[in-house]
Ligand binder design. Structure first.
Ligand code: HEC
Length: 399
Protein backbone atom coordinates (compact mmCIF):
# COMPACT_ATOMS: atom_id res chain seq x y z
CA UNK A 1 0.00 0.00 0.00
CA UNK A 2 1.30 3.40 -0.89
CA UNK A 3 1.97 5.76 1.95
CA UNK A 4 1.70 9.51 1.85
CA UNK A 5 3.03 12.08 4.23
CA UNK A 6 0.54 12.98 6.89
CA UNK A 7 -1.44 16.01 5.85
CA UNK A 8 -3.27 16.90 9.01
CA UNK A 9 -6.98 17.12 9.66
CA UNK A 10 -9.15 16.70 6.59
CA UNK A 11 -10.81 20.07 6.89
CA UNK A 12 -7.51 21.87 6.49
CA UNK A 13 -7.04 20.41 3.06
CA UNK A 14 -9.50 22.36 1.07
CA UNK A 15 -8.45 25.63 2.60
CA UNK A 16 -5.63 25.46 0.05
CA UNK A 17 -8.07 25.59 -2.88
CA UNK A 18 -7.21 28.84 -4.58
CA UNK A 19 -9.58 31.67 -3.72
CA UNK A 20 -12.00 29.48 -1.81
CA UNK A 21 -13.55 31.01 1.27
CA UNK A 22 -14.72 28.56 3.87
CA UNK A 23 -17.44 29.26 6.34
CA UNK A 24 -17.06 27.43 9.68
CA UNK A 25 -20.03 25.16 9.07
CA UNK A 26 -18.58 23.97 5.77
CA UNK A 27 -15.25 23.17 7.37
CA UNK A 28 -16.79 20.26 9.18
CA UNK A 29 -18.98 19.18 6.34
CA UNK A 30 -18.94 15.45 5.86
CA UNK A 31 -20.55 13.63 2.97
CA UNK A 32 -22.72 10.87 4.41
CA UNK A 33 -24.34 8.16 2.26
CA UNK A 34 -28.13 8.35 2.13
CA UNK A 35 -28.60 4.59 2.13
CA UNK A 36 -26.69 1.81 3.78
CA UNK A 37 -26.93 -1.88 4.49
CA UNK A 38 -24.74 -4.87 5.02
CA UNK A 39 -24.38 -7.41 2.28
CA UNK A 40 -23.55 -11.05 2.32
CA UNK A 41 -22.20 -11.75 -1.12
CA UNK A 42 -21.44 -15.19 -2.51
CA UNK A 43 -17.74 -15.93 -2.53
CA UNK A 44 -15.77 -18.41 -4.60
CA UNK A 45 -12.10 -19.32 -4.42
CA UNK A 46 -9.95 -20.37 -7.36
CA UNK A 47 -6.59 -21.98 -6.61
CA UNK A 48 -3.71 -20.38 -8.50
CA UNK A 49 -1.34 -22.40 -10.66
CA UNK A 50 2.22 -22.23 -9.47
CA UNK A 51 2.97 -19.93 -12.41
CA UNK A 52 0.53 -17.34 -11.04
CA UNK A 53 1.41 -17.55 -7.37
CA UNK A 54 2.84 -14.71 -5.32
CA UNK A 55 2.54 -11.97 -7.88
CA UNK A 56 0.26 -9.09 -8.68
CA UNK A 57 -2.62 -10.23 -10.93
CA UNK A 58 -5.01 -8.37 -13.21
CA UNK A 59 -8.46 -9.33 -14.45
CA UNK A 60 -10.39 -8.24 -17.53
CA UNK A 61 -13.72 -9.29 -18.96
CA UNK A 62 -15.72 -8.90 -22.15
CA UNK A 63 -19.41 -8.04 -22.34
CA UNK A 64 -20.45 -11.70 -22.25
CA UNK A 65 -18.75 -12.01 -18.88
CA UNK A 66 -15.77 -14.12 -20.01
CA UNK A 67 -12.97 -13.36 -17.57
CA UNK A 68 -9.23 -13.46 -18.23
CA UNK A 69 -6.75 -13.41 -15.35
CA UNK A 70 -3.04 -12.90 -15.78
CA UNK A 71 0.32 -11.85 -14.45
CA UNK A 72 4.00 -12.45 -15.08
CA UNK A 73 3.28 -16.20 -15.11
CA UNK A 74 0.99 -16.15 -18.12
CA UNK A 75 -2.71 -15.58 -18.80
CA UNK A 76 -5.67 -17.75 -17.98
CA UNK A 77 -9.36 -18.11 -18.65
CA UNK A 78 -11.67 -18.33 -15.66
CA UNK A 79 -13.95 -21.36 -15.70
CA UNK A 80 -16.67 -22.45 -13.28
CA UNK A 81 -14.22 -23.80 -10.73
CA UNK A 82 -10.73 -23.30 -12.05
CA UNK A 83 -8.35 -21.26 -14.16
CA UNK A 84 -7.21 -22.68 -17.49
CA UNK A 85 -3.97 -21.51 -19.03
CA UNK A 86 -4.21 -19.80 -22.43
CA UNK A 87 -0.63 -18.61 -22.76
CA UNK A 88 2.64 -18.59 -20.84
CA UNK A 89 3.78 -15.08 -21.84
CA UNK A 90 4.07 -12.47 -19.11
CA UNK A 91 1.22 -9.96 -19.32
CA UNK A 92 1.55 -6.97 -17.01
CA UNK A 93 -1.91 -5.47 -17.46
CA UNK A 94 -4.92 -5.95 -19.70
CA UNK A 95 -8.16 -4.28 -20.71
CA UNK A 96 -11.04 -5.30 -22.93
CA UNK A 97 -12.04 -2.99 -25.78
CA UNK A 98 -15.53 -3.46 -27.28
CA UNK A 99 -15.36 -4.85 -30.78
CA UNK A 100 -11.59 -5.34 -30.67
CA UNK A 101 -10.74 -7.88 -28.00
CA UNK A 102 -8.32 -7.85 -25.11
CA UNK A 103 -5.36 -5.46 -25.20
CA UNK A 104 -2.34 -6.83 -23.32
CA UNK A 105 0.66 -4.95 -22.02
CA UNK A 106 3.51 -7.39 -22.70
CA UNK A 107 6.09 -5.20 -20.93
CA UNK A 108 7.75 -3.83 -24.07
CA UNK A 109 4.81 -3.73 -26.49
CA UNK A 110 1.05 -4.02 -26.74
CA UNK A 111 -0.61 -7.14 -28.13
CA UNK A 112 -4.19 -8.05 -28.94
CA UNK A 113 -5.62 -11.36 -27.73
CA UNK A 114 -8.36 -12.26 -30.18
CA UNK A 115 -9.44 -15.38 -28.32
CA UNK A 116 -7.03 -17.59 -30.24
CA UNK A 117 -3.71 -15.94 -30.60
CA UNK A 118 -1.63 -12.90 -29.78
CA UNK A 119 -1.35 -10.27 -32.50
CA UNK A 120 0.87 -7.22 -32.58
CA UNK A 121 -1.14 -4.09 -31.84
CA UNK A 122 -1.00 -1.29 -34.43
CA UNK A 123 -0.70 1.07 -31.45
CA UNK A 124 2.93 0.05 -31.06
CA UNK A 125 3.82 2.55 -33.78
CA UNK A 126 3.40 5.40 -31.38
CA UNK A 127 2.90 4.09 -27.83
CA UNK A 128 5.93 2.97 -25.86
CA UNK A 129 5.05 0.87 -22.85
CA UNK A 130 6.96 -0.57 -19.91
CA UNK A 131 6.03 -3.27 -17.41
CA UNK A 132 4.53 -0.56 -15.21
CA UNK A 133 2.32 1.06 -17.86
CA UNK A 134 -1.32 1.15 -16.85
CA UNK A 135 -4.48 1.14 -18.95
CA UNK A 136 -8.22 1.63 -18.49
CA UNK A 137 -11.21 1.03 -20.78
CA UNK A 138 -14.90 1.73 -21.03
CA UNK A 139 -16.59 0.24 -24.07
CA UNK A 140 -14.59 1.49 -27.06
CA UNK A 141 -12.89 4.29 -25.18
CA UNK A 142 -9.54 3.45 -23.66
CA UNK A 143 -6.50 5.08 -22.14
CA UNK A 144 -2.88 3.92 -22.14
CA UNK A 145 -0.29 5.67 -19.97
CA UNK A 146 2.89 5.00 -21.94
CA UNK A 147 6.47 5.92 -21.12
CA UNK A 148 6.39 9.13 -23.17
CA UNK A 149 2.76 10.17 -23.08
CA UNK A 150 -0.75 9.22 -22.07
CA UNK A 151 -2.97 8.35 -25.05
CA UNK A 152 -6.73 8.42 -25.29
CA UNK A 153 -8.27 6.30 -28.04
CA UNK A 154 -11.81 5.82 -29.16
CA UNK A 155 -12.42 2.69 -31.18
CA UNK A 156 -8.75 2.37 -32.10
CA UNK A 157 -8.36 5.82 -33.58
CA UNK A 158 -5.87 7.99 -31.83
CA UNK A 159 -7.70 10.88 -30.31
CA UNK A 160 -5.32 12.66 -28.05
CA UNK A 161 -1.91 12.57 -26.49
CA UNK A 162 -0.69 14.20 -23.26
CA UNK A 163 3.07 14.10 -22.73
CA UNK A 164 2.83 15.62 -19.24
CA UNK A 165 0.83 12.55 -18.16
CA UNK A 166 3.42 9.93 -19.16
CA UNK A 167 3.72 7.03 -16.72
CA UNK A 168 0.51 7.87 -14.88
CA UNK A 169 -1.05 5.39 -12.47
CA UNK A 170 -4.46 4.50 -11.08
CA UNK A 171 -6.31 5.36 -14.29
CA UNK A 172 -10.07 5.29 -14.31
CA UNK A 173 -12.89 6.39 -16.59
CA UNK A 174 -16.24 7.52 -15.26
CA UNK A 175 -19.58 6.01 -16.17
CA UNK A 176 -20.28 8.23 -19.13
CA UNK A 177 -16.73 8.50 -20.47
CA UNK A 178 -16.85 12.20 -19.58
CA UNK A 179 -14.07 12.16 -17.02
CA UNK A 180 -10.76 10.33 -16.83
CA UNK A 181 -8.79 10.43 -13.59
CA UNK A 182 -5.30 9.34 -12.70
CA UNK A 183 -2.15 10.02 -10.79
CA UNK A 184 0.68 11.51 -12.83
CA UNK A 185 4.22 11.98 -11.52
CA UNK A 186 3.19 15.64 -11.00
CA UNK A 187 0.14 14.69 -8.94
CA UNK A 188 -3.51 13.80 -9.52
CA UNK A 189 -5.23 14.95 -12.72
CA UNK A 190 -8.60 14.98 -14.43
CA UNK A 191 -9.31 14.92 -18.15
CA UNK A 192 -12.74 16.30 -18.86
CA UNK A 193 -14.42 15.65 -22.20
CA UNK A 194 -15.42 18.73 -24.15
CA UNK A 195 -16.73 18.02 -27.62
CA UNK A 196 -14.20 15.62 -29.09
CA UNK A 197 -11.36 16.98 -26.96
CA UNK A 198 -10.32 16.43 -23.38
CA UNK A 199 -9.39 19.32 -21.15
CA UNK A 200 -6.59 18.60 -18.69
CA UNK A 201 -6.86 19.76 -15.10
CA UNK A 202 -3.93 19.19 -12.75
CA UNK A 203 -5.10 18.90 -9.15
CA UNK A 204 -1.75 19.10 -7.35
CA UNK A 205 -2.46 22.63 -6.11
CA UNK A 206 -5.86 21.55 -4.78
CA UNK A 207 -4.98 18.45 -2.84
CA UNK A 208 -2.39 15.74 -2.35
CA UNK A 209 -3.62 12.27 -3.23
CA UNK A 210 -2.30 8.75 -3.09
CA UNK A 211 -5.16 7.46 -5.26
CA UNK A 212 -7.75 9.24 -7.37
CA UNK A 213 -10.73 7.75 -9.19
CA UNK A 214 -13.67 8.82 -11.27
CA UNK A 215 -16.17 6.03 -11.68
CA UNK A 216 -19.21 8.00 -10.60
CA UNK A 217 -20.54 10.37 -13.21
CA UNK A 218 -18.48 13.54 -13.31
CA UNK A 219 -17.10 12.98 -9.81
CA UNK A 220 -13.55 12.56 -8.58
CA UNK A 221 -12.90 10.64 -5.40
CA UNK A 222 -9.53 10.08 -3.86
CA UNK A 223 -7.49 9.10 -0.89
CA UNK A 224 -5.66 11.89 0.81
CA UNK A 225 -3.49 10.30 3.45
CA UNK A 226 -6.13 7.82 4.68
CA UNK A 227 -9.14 10.07 4.33
CA UNK A 228 -11.58 9.56 1.49
CA UNK A 229 -12.35 12.85 -0.20
CA UNK A 230 -14.73 13.86 -2.93
CA UNK A 231 -14.29 16.78 -5.29
CA UNK A 232 -17.28 19.06 -5.56
CA UNK A 233 -17.31 21.77 -8.21
CA UNK A 234 -20.17 24.21 -8.08
CA UNK A 235 -20.37 27.54 -9.87
CA UNK A 236 -16.66 27.53 -10.54
CA UNK A 237 -15.90 26.83 -6.91
CA UNK A 238 -13.91 23.73 -5.98
CA UNK A 239 -14.06 21.96 -2.66
CA UNK A 240 -12.84 18.58 -1.48
CA UNK A 241 -15.18 17.16 1.14
CA UNK A 242 -14.43 14.30 3.50
CA UNK A 243 -16.61 11.24 3.02
CA UNK A 244 -18.13 8.93 5.60
CA UNK A 245 -18.92 5.31 4.83
CA UNK A 246 -21.86 4.83 7.17
CA UNK A 247 -24.96 6.75 8.10
CA UNK A 248 -24.11 6.98 11.76
CA UNK A 249 -20.53 7.96 11.08
CA UNK A 250 -19.45 10.41 13.70
CA UNK A 251 -16.03 10.62 12.11
CA UNK A 252 -14.81 10.53 8.53
CA UNK A 253 -13.92 7.09 7.24
CA UNK A 254 -10.35 5.90 7.29
CA UNK A 255 -9.59 4.07 4.07
CA UNK A 256 -6.53 2.02 3.27
CA UNK A 257 -7.20 1.27 -0.35
CA UNK A 258 -9.82 2.04 -2.99
CA UNK A 259 -10.54 -0.54 -5.69
CA UNK A 260 -12.65 0.74 -8.59
CA UNK A 261 -14.92 -1.27 -10.87
CA UNK A 262 -15.55 0.92 -13.88
CA UNK A 263 -17.80 -1.69 -15.43
CA UNK A 264 -20.34 -1.81 -12.61
CA UNK A 265 -19.66 1.74 -11.38
CA UNK A 266 -18.79 0.70 -7.85
CA UNK A 267 -15.94 1.55 -5.51
CA UNK A 268 -14.70 -1.01 -3.01
CA UNK A 269 -13.21 0.71 0.03
CA UNK A 270 -10.85 -1.16 2.36
CA UNK A 271 -11.00 0.12 5.92
CA UNK A 272 -9.39 -1.21 9.12
CA UNK A 273 -12.70 -2.90 9.95
CA UNK A 274 -13.47 -4.51 6.57
CA UNK A 275 -14.75 -3.67 3.12
CA UNK A 276 -17.46 -1.20 2.12
CA UNK A 277 -18.96 -0.99 -1.35
CA UNK A 278 -20.07 2.42 -2.59
CA UNK A 279 -22.56 2.56 -5.47
CA UNK A 280 -25.16 4.93 -6.94
CA UNK A 281 -22.66 7.80 -7.06
CA UNK A 282 -21.71 7.21 -3.45
CA UNK A 283 -25.26 7.54 -2.13
CA UNK A 284 -25.39 3.92 -1.02
CA UNK A 285 -22.76 2.27 1.18
CA UNK A 286 -22.86 -1.45 1.94
CA UNK A 287 -20.56 -3.17 4.37
CA UNK A 288 -19.47 -6.48 2.90
CA UNK A 289 -18.51 -9.65 4.73
CA UNK A 290 -14.97 -10.70 3.75
CA UNK A 291 -13.46 -13.62 5.62
CA UNK A 292 -9.91 -13.03 4.45
CA UNK A 293 -6.94 -11.21 5.86
CA UNK A 294 -6.92 -8.00 3.85
CA UNK A 295 -3.50 -6.88 5.08
CA UNK A 296 -1.45 -9.32 3.03
CA UNK A 297 -3.04 -9.16 -0.37
CA UNK A 298 -0.89 -9.42 -3.47
CA UNK A 299 -3.50 -7.54 -5.47
CA UNK A 300 -7.19 -6.70 -5.65
CA UNK A 301 -9.40 -5.57 -8.51
CA UNK A 302 -13.04 -4.89 -9.34
CA UNK A 303 -14.67 -6.64 -12.27
CA UNK A 304 -18.24 -7.52 -13.30
CA UNK A 305 -19.66 -6.03 -10.12
CA UNK A 306 -17.53 -8.32 -7.94
CA UNK A 307 -14.43 -7.77 -5.83
CA UNK A 308 -11.47 -10.03 -6.62
CA UNK A 309 -8.82 -10.69 -3.98
CA UNK A 310 -5.49 -12.36 -4.59
CA UNK A 311 -3.59 -13.60 -1.55
CA UNK A 312 -0.76 -15.17 -3.53
CA UNK A 313 -2.12 -18.72 -3.48
CA UNK A 314 -5.78 -18.23 -4.31
CA UNK A 315 -7.97 -15.82 -6.18
CA UNK A 316 -11.28 -15.15 -4.40
CA UNK A 317 -14.28 -13.56 -6.04
CA UNK A 318 -16.65 -11.76 -3.65
CA UNK A 319 -19.88 -11.33 -5.60
CA UNK A 320 -21.78 -13.07 -8.35
CA UNK A 321 -20.22 -14.83 -11.34
CA UNK A 322 -20.87 -13.49 -14.83
CA UNK A 323 -21.70 -9.99 -15.99
CA UNK A 324 -23.45 -7.67 -13.54
CA UNK A 325 -27.22 -7.29 -13.89
CA UNK A 326 -28.00 -3.74 -14.95
CA UNK A 327 -31.05 -1.49 -14.82
CA UNK A 328 -30.96 -0.69 -18.52
CA UNK A 329 -30.70 -4.24 -19.77
CA UNK A 330 -32.85 -6.12 -17.24
CA UNK A 331 -34.61 -4.26 -14.44
CA UNK A 332 -36.38 -1.79 -16.70
CA UNK A 333 -37.97 -4.65 -18.68
CA UNK A 334 -38.98 -6.38 -15.42
CA UNK A 335 -40.55 -3.11 -14.27
CA UNK A 336 -42.49 -2.66 -17.50
CA UNK A 337 -43.88 -6.19 -17.37
CA UNK A 338 -44.79 -6.25 -13.68
CA UNK A 339 -44.91 -2.89 -11.98
CA UNK A 340 -45.43 -0.12 -14.54
CA UNK A 341 -49.19 -0.53 -14.71
CA UNK A 342 -49.36 1.11 -11.27
CA UNK A 343 -45.93 2.54 -10.45
CA UNK A 344 -45.75 5.49 -12.83
CA UNK A 345 -46.10 9.20 -12.09
CA UNK A 346 -49.77 9.80 -11.29
CA UNK A 347 -50.44 6.03 -10.96
CA UNK A 348 -51.84 4.05 -8.06
CA UNK A 349 -48.40 3.41 -6.59
CA UNK A 350 -45.39 5.67 -6.20
CA UNK A 351 -43.40 6.42 -9.32
CA UNK A 352 -40.74 3.77 -9.95
CA UNK A 353 -40.05 4.55 -13.53
CA UNK A 354 -36.39 5.56 -13.57
CA UNK A 355 -33.09 4.36 -12.20
CA UNK A 356 -32.90 6.57 -9.12
CA UNK A 357 -36.49 5.90 -8.08
CA UNK A 358 -35.78 2.19 -8.29
CA UNK A 359 -32.55 2.49 -6.30
CA UNK A 360 -34.34 4.48 -3.63
CA UNK A 361 -37.01 1.78 -3.25
CA UNK A 362 -35.03 -1.39 -3.89
CA UNK A 363 -34.93 -2.65 -0.30
CA UNK A 364 -38.65 -2.12 0.10
CA UNK A 365 -39.38 -3.69 -3.32
CA UNK A 366 -37.49 -6.85 -2.35
CA UNK A 367 -39.38 -6.94 0.93
CA UNK A 368 -42.73 -6.56 -0.85
CA UNK A 369 -41.97 -9.35 -3.28
CA UNK A 370 -40.68 -11.61 -0.50
CA UNK A 371 -43.95 -11.08 1.36
CA UNK A 372 -46.00 -11.51 -1.81
CA UNK A 373 -47.73 -8.13 -1.37
CA UNK A 374 -46.65 -6.88 -4.80
CA UNK A 375 -47.78 -6.81 -7.56
CA UNK A 376 -50.79 -5.55 -5.66
CA UNK A 377 -53.25 -7.08 -8.12
CA UNK A 378 -51.78 -10.50 -7.39
CA UNK A 379 -50.63 -11.09 -10.97
CA UNK A 380 -47.82 -13.60 -11.44
CA UNK A 381 -44.36 -12.12 -12.06
CA UNK A 382 -43.09 -12.24 -15.63
CA UNK A 383 -39.47 -12.42 -16.81
CA UNK A 384 -37.86 -12.72 -13.41
CA UNK A 385 -38.51 -13.19 -9.72
CA UNK A 386 -37.39 -11.41 -6.59
CA UNK A 387 -34.04 -13.14 -7.13
CA UNK A 388 -33.42 -10.87 -10.10
CA UNK A 389 -33.83 -7.80 -7.87
CA UNK A 390 -31.66 -9.36 -5.17
CA UNK A 391 -28.99 -10.06 -7.76
CA UNK A 392 -29.16 -6.50 -9.11
CA UNK A 393 -28.64 -5.17 -5.57
CA UNK A 394 -25.76 -7.58 -4.98
CA UNK A 395 -24.15 -6.61 -8.30
CA UNK A 396 -24.01 -2.97 -7.29
CA UNK A 397 -27.29 -1.52 -8.61
CA UNK A 398 -25.67 -0.96 -11.96
CA UNK A 399 -27.51 1.65 -14.09
C1 HEC B 1 -52.01 -3.16 -9.40
C2 HEC B 1 -51.15 -2.07 -9.00
C3 HEC B 1 -49.73 -2.37 -8.53
C4 HEC B 1 -48.81 -3.18 -9.12
C5 HEC B 1 -48.95 -3.99 -10.40
C6 HEC B 1 -47.62 -3.09 -8.31
N1 HEC B 1 -47.84 -2.26 -7.24
FE1 HEC B 1 -46.51 -1.76 -5.80
N2 HEC B 1 -47.88 -0.61 -4.88
C7 HEC B 1 -49.18 -0.39 -5.34
C8 HEC B 1 -49.86 0.53 -4.45
C9 HEC B 1 -51.27 1.08 -4.64
C10 HEC B 1 -48.95 0.81 -3.41
C11 HEC B 1 -49.17 1.73 -2.20
C12 HEC B 1 -48.78 3.14 -2.56
C13 HEC B 1 -47.29 3.31 -2.56
O1 HEC B 1 -46.67 3.15 -1.49
O2 HEC B 1 -46.71 3.52 -3.63
C14 HEC B 1 -47.73 0.06 -3.70
C15 HEC B 1 -46.58 0.11 -2.92
C16 HEC B 1 -45.38 -0.40 -3.32
C17 HEC B 1 -44.16 -0.19 -2.62
C18 HEC B 1 -43.98 0.60 -1.35
C19 HEC B 1 -44.18 -0.28 -0.17
C20 HEC B 1 -43.93 0.45 1.13
O3 HEC B 1 -44.88 0.62 1.89
O4 HEC B 1 -42.77 0.85 1.36
C21 HEC B 1 -43.18 -0.83 -3.31
C22 HEC B 1 -41.71 -0.88 -2.98
C23 HEC B 1 -43.81 -1.47 -4.42
N3 HEC B 1 -45.14 -1.18 -4.40
C24 HEC B 1 -43.13 -2.23 -5.36
C25 HEC B 1 -43.75 -2.83 -6.44
C26 HEC B 1 -43.05 -3.62 -7.41
C27 HEC B 1 -41.55 -3.90 -7.38
C28 HEC B 1 -43.95 -4.03 -8.33
C29 HEC B 1 -43.70 -4.89 -9.53
C30 HEC B 1 -43.07 -6.14 -9.29
C31 HEC B 1 -45.25 -3.52 -7.92
N4 HEC B 1 -45.07 -2.79 -6.77
C32 HEC B 1 -46.42 -3.73 -8.59
C33 HEC B 1 -49.73 -0.89 -6.49
C34 HEC B 1 -49.13 -1.79 -7.36
Amino acid sequence: MRQQALLGAAFLLYCSCGGVEESPSEENQLLIPEQGDSLELPSQTFPLDQALQNQSLWGASDSSGAVLIGGTGGFYQLGDTELTQLGTQSVYSAIHISGQGFLFNMGDKLSIWNGNKLLDSPLNQFVKVSQDSEMAALGQLFVVAGEEALFIFDGGQQLLQFSELAASKSLSIDTAGQLIAGLSPQGPFLLRKQGDKYQLQMLADEISMSEVFSVFQGQAIGLSDTQMMRRIEQEGRVRWLAMALGKDASAPAIAQRIVPDTDSRALWIFTPSGVTRLVDQGRRASSVEVSMNLQNLNSAFGLNGALWLNDGLNLTRIGNPGPAVSFATTILAFHEKNCARCHVPGGLGRSLQNYSEWVENIDSAIEQLDQGTMPQDGAALLEGTVELLRRWRADGLRP
